[in-house]
Design a protein around this ligand. Structure first.
Ligand code: F6R
Length: 612
């Protein structure tokens, strides 16, 4: 996730771009840059926030009526001045800002290097701008034609804007799988990742479709073609939005937006890492240390909070699929316990922020004891990512809502790929089951879309239980960690006391709490322990508990006993948490909202816990 702003027209471009980038900072804020044309091309880039760029450019020339800008959320290459955008082609002529990932950048880079192209950054973006340059040089093509041909050669996702120093009267932009909006003003045109940088100048916009290329001219005229070079008739829309809302992509809260992003973020976590039809999984970090992982004595997972819940799901996955012994540890406990860890162990650190102090300390301890440290992290270049020997980013994009949602499903996705890959390498899984699981992984985003359509039903149920003072969440097997996660979501944003329990443990204590005032959320999708969970629901109903059951589509028995039912699509059991957690997130969101709580910034919590 990155933010793009570009301007061509009669006004000074720089203030428009800077203001726009600040609005887009939710999309990434590890470095920022601008390229401005004013007879000469000036490119300023800085690690840090847009404010750091502003300070850096304070004493420099920022004149020009055409420019492109970028705020970065690093994917390829750590956040620093060199990796920041815009990137300039080897001959200094073309400049590019990019949001997305060019998956085949490595072979393209090698081919360009053979032809003498040099690179100063670690980014996939610099490969793309040099590819465009090489095509333009070779055939002496117009910028838009060179961009079009280059894009037929890349795989992955992109929203781009390109500026040609030799032809500063136009900007060329394109998109595939990353958003890009064209704003149409009086004798001026804008591009941006969303409409927030544009809205105060014009309400007329065109949302570019996938595989469309737009040419914006200085006189305010524009043209949009498909990647096959056919001219399109653009659909010009009038924006009817308040700036406040569109900063959150049209959602009232970041948390709701992030819940709805999950079909996409799960795709991003899988992108380029697996192919169900060809039957492969490739996690860069894992390949490098394959032997050590495959032959490890034991996997220890260290994490906190929601990330610890992902770790608990991973325990079930690694044990069942790869037949590897796993221990899941609260990082804060592990670090102070003088644990037995050897060089034959692998310690997996799971963290959204990559900055959680306890998790960082736990892996430093494990590192001293000689274990291999593998990081499953969202924030690129964060401390835990840097302190790990190897790892895999979850590519969920910035998670701004303090309650973790899309990071959880991203973590579970990557941990599932890891478990499947090790299972395959250790010969512990049948080919058929391996293929079934991979195929089903690809179906998960679509199934989440379907669950998100139950939002109004879940909102209704939230209204029925919002005044409770306690809640119990029950699940078995893969759904036990989901019960813990559901309870955590509820307590952290709605301040209702909630407990997650393995369903069968209920009769060893918590059953004493059940009466007609106690909502009991039962995650009852399990195939293997289905009859057992039916009995658990009966036990709750026999004590007048109010049952909210999450069941598989078409389920009849529990649905008849429960007070409220939420259906989710069927999937293979190890993948159930990726679906069953979605109603948990929506339920807590609606309850918190109805109770007047600040959903995105719950009291006493912080997004990144850098203290013990
Ligand atoms: C809960 C939540 C926290 C974090 C925990 C670990 O919604 O966000 O429980 O999961 O503080 O943070 P990370 O994953 O950044 O290490």
């Amino acid at each position: 996730m990155c933010g793009i702003v570009a301007y061509i027209g009669t006004q000074e471009a720089y203030p428009i771009i800077i203001k726009g980038l600040q609005r887009l900072e939710y999309r990434g804020y590890d470095s920022a840059g601008v390229a401005l044309m004013n007879g000469t091309l000036n490119v300023y880039k800085r690690k840090g926030k847009v404010q750091d760029l502003l300070d850096f450019a304070d004493d420099k020339s920022t004149k020009g009526n055409v420019g492109i800008g970028h705020t970065r959320w690093a994917t390829h290459g750590k956040p620093d001045d060199l990796n920041a955008h815009p990137h300039v082609s080897s001959n200094g002529r073309l400049t590019l800002v990019h949001n997305g990932i060019i998956e085949n950048y490595e072979p393209l880079k090698k081919a360009l290097q053979k032809d003498g192209y040099t690179f100063s950054s670690e980014t996939d973006t610099e490969v793309l701008i040099n590819l465009i340059q090489s095509i333009q040089d070779h055939d002496d093509l117009s910028l838009e034609e060179a961009v079009r041909i280059a894009l037929t050669k890349v795989n992955g996702a992109y929203a781009i804007v390109v500026l040609d120093k030799n032809d500063p009267n136009k900007l060329v932009a394109a998109r595939k799988a990353s958003p890009l909006v064209l704003g149409i003003g009086e004798d001026e045109l804008f591009f941006a990742s969303d409409a927030t940088p544009i809205i105060e100048y014009t309400k007329k916009v065109v949302y570019l479709n996938d595989l469309e290329i737009a040419v914006a001219n200085r006189n305010g005229e524009f043209e949009i073609r498909t990647i096959d070079n056919s001219l399109t008739t653009p659909y010009v829309q009038e924006l009817e939005m308040e700036i406040e809302r569109i900063e959150k992509g049209g959602y009232d809260y970041f948390m709701l937006k992030e819940i709805h992003e999950q079909p996409k973020t799960i795709c991003d976590a899988m992108r380029g890492r697996m192919n169900a039809s060809e039957g492969w999984i490739r996690l860069g970090g894992l390949e490098e240390h394959s032997n050590r992982l495959v032959n490890a004595d034991r996997i220890i997972i260290a994490a906190c909070g929601t990330s610890w819940h992902s770790g608990l799901i991973a325990e079930y996955l690694f044990e069942e699929l790869a037949r590897m012994p796993v221990e899941v540890e609260y990082a804060s406990e592990l670090r102070y316990r003088n644990p037995v860890i050897t060089e034959k162990d692998v310690v997996i650190a799971v963290s959204q922020s990559g900055e959680t102090a306890d998790t960082l300390a736990a892996i430093e301890l494990a590192d001293e004891k000689g274990a291999l440290i593998y990081g499953i992290v969202n924030v690129v270049g964060s401390s835990i990512a840097r302190a790990s020997d190897a790892g895999s980013y979850i590519h969920a994009g910035p998670e701004i809502g303090v309650a973790s949602t899309k990071a959880f499903t991203g973590q579970v996705t990557v941990l599932t790929l890891m478990a499947l890959n090790l299972a395959f390498k250790r010969g512990k899984i049948s080919k058929t089951y391996y293929h079934q699981l991979l195929t089903e992984m690809e179906a998960i985003p679509g199934k989440i879309e379907k669950i998100l359509k139950s939002n109004s039903k879940i909102e209704y149920i939230a209204g029925e239980i919002k005044d409770s003072t306690n809640a119990l969440y029950l699940g078995r097997g893969y759904n036990f960690p989901v019960a813990l996660e559901g309870a955590l979501k509820l307590k952290e944003i709605s301040y209702i006391h909630a407990e997650g329990y393995p369903a069968a443990e209920m009769k060893h204590g918590p059953i004493a709490l059940i009466d007609e005032n106690m909502p009991v959320v039962v995650i009852a999708t399990n195939q293997s322990a289905y009859e057992k969970i039916v009995s658990n629901v009966q036990e709750v109903k026999a004590r007048n508990g109010k049952v909210i059951a999450v069941v598989t589509e078409g389920e009849k028995i529990i649905s008849q006993m429960a007070d409220y039912t939420i259906e989710i699509p069927e999937t293979l059991e190890p993948l159930t948490p990726l679906l069953s957690v979605i109603p948990m997130q929506l339920l807590s969101y609606h309850i918190a909202l109805m109770r007047g709580c600040n959903v995105d910034q719950p009291r006493n919590l912080a997004k990144s816990v850098t203290v013990e």
